[in-house]
Design a protein around this ligand. Structure first.
Ligand SMILES: CC(C)(COP(=O)(O)OP(=O)(O)OC[C@H]1O[C@@H](n2cnc3c(N)ncnc32)[C@H](O)[C@@H]1OP(=O)(O)O)[C@@H](O)C(=O)NCCC(=O)NCCS
Length: 405
């Protein structure tokens, strides 16, 4: 069946389309939440799928600017994707993905990115696993750092209101250097990052904001919650770090020193960390982090030529990819990268691969060598993977997206 899929036209349709995913969180949204959400996701960026007059599915795309190696690229930040249980497995998602990717392409956004509720869903639409995220649970007693405290470091707890004026500049400095991070508008800060309604606290305390200054200048911040608990009179409580960003090595270390060395609490937990987090080297007991790794951001090259031309390349030379894209066939073909630009070519291919493997390597989170060894990229010309990796190599940090959107 061909589903009728189009962008929402009014708040009522928007509410219905967001309602498809909300159904799986227990229901909603009400008018107030829909209005609030429309301030960060424009109505025309929310697609709805209709069965007659009834909305049965929805898929949104935030208008992001995403940091990639050597640049910042317009990106559809795919979000709130859902199909009501009454219409599942009848091609509604497929129809929405088709309309949404076309819309993203028409808007001149060469890439799309998302967090997947389940890893199995988006590969068929050309998304590749582009970054990893780590989760830690460090018992108190093992929180010591190798280096002594910086003498100019000071921390203080600030209000959510004060945070609004100080945090965005720190975030933007870290974002500019970190592939995988996206821009936050004023509305995003207000309605998402600094929003702390009691119903979102999941049994924890309020959202605390810790500000770190080095030499009197803001250099890092963290959001965290305390979950208190006791057994036999002793604390089993924990700190959950929601987001911690330091601009540089010293800022990161001093910020985490305060987060980790909080007295009385038994465990320090954090999620969505970069897997090359400096703490792994800075801690005296890195094993005690008990780091677990899972998929992070998934990336889709919507317009292969524009996307490959938008990122920077580390080395000299060129490479030719034979790309297969079953979902967006206009990307299928041979693409040559030379002098920082990608163009269609008739030259012989070095590597043959599906478009999702280009998504996996785009931010620098995975190498072509790794994907050849996994049997997912075929080396057509000997040494092709090494050549592509030299070209794609960046000295920056691993891609990291600190927030699920
Ligand atoms: C995920 C979801 C949107 C899929 O919608 P849908 O309309 O049933 O998907 P489609 O009918 O277009 O399925 C397309 C293909 O993907 C497969 N697929 C879709 N969702 C899948 C899932 N969760 N697990 C495994 N396979 C899935 C289908 O089997 C189908 O495969 P086929 O082409 O080989 O037959 C829907 O199940 C849903 O709303 N889930 C709960 C919310 C959620 O997880 N949303 C995603 C947020 S990131």
């Amino acid at each position: 069946m061909a589903w009728d899929v189009r962008p929402t036209k009014d708040l009522n349709e928007f509410k219905g389309a967001v309602g498809a995913i909300s159904h799986y969180f227990g229901g909603g949204p009400d008018d107030e939440r829909a209005e609030r959400f429309a301030k960060v996701l424009p109505l025309e960026r929310m697609h709805a799928a209709f069965d007659g007059d009834a909305v049965v599915g929805g898929a949104g795309a935030f208008p992001f600017q995403l940091t990639v190696p050597g640049g910042i690229v317009p990106c559809g930040g795919v979000t709130v994707v859902g199909v009501l249980p009454t219409h599942r497995r009848r091609g509604v998602l497929t129809a929405m993905m088709r309309a949404q990717l076309q819309d993203i392409r028409d808007r001149g956004e060469p890439i799309a990115a998302l967090w997947a509720s389940e890893e199995v869903i988006y590969g068929r639409f050309g998304y590749g696993m582009a970054s990893l995220a780590g989760e830690i649970a460090l018992p108190s007693g093992y929180t010591g750092l190798r280096q002594p405290p910086d003498e100019t470091a000071r921390t203080r707890l600030i209000s959510l209101d004060e945070a609004k004026t100080i945090l965005p500049a720190i975030y933007d400095r870290v974002r500019a250097k970190t592939p995988g991070m996206f821009n936050r508008t004023e509305a995003w800060w207000e309605l998402r990052s600094l929003f702390d309604p009691p119903e979102r606290r999941q049994g924890g305390g309020e959202k605390n904001v810790l500000l770190l200054e080095l030499d009197g200048e803001p250099a890092g911040y963290a959001f965290y919650r305390v979950f208190s608990g006791f057994e036999y009179g002793a604390s089993t409580g924990r700190v959950e770090v929601i987001e911690a960003l330091g601009d540089g090595a010293v800022a990161t270390r001093e910020l985490w020193r305060v987060l980790l060395e909080m007295d009385w609490l038994a465990t320090q937990k954090a999620f969505l960390l970069p897997i090359d987090h400096p703490l792994l080297q800075q801690l005296r007991y890195p094993r005690r982090l008990q780091m677990r790794i899972g998929d992070g951001l998934w990336v889709r090259l919507v317009d292969v030529g524009a996307a490959l031309s938008a990122r920077a390349y580390g080395g000299e030379g060129s490479v030719v990819f034979e790309v297969e894209d079953a979902f967006l066939p206009e990307n299928t073909g041979r693409w040559k990268i030379a002098d920082g630009t990608a163009e269609k070519t008739d030259e012989a291919a070095d590597l043959a691969l599906d478009v999702r493997e280009l998504g996996a390597t785009y931010l620098g989170g995975f190498t072509f060598g790794e994907l050849v060894r996994a049997g997912l990229v075929r080396e057509v010309t000997e040494g092709g993977a090494a050549r592509a990796d030299t070209l794609f190599l960046t000295s920056g940090p691993k891609p990291w997206c600190p927030e699920i959107f």
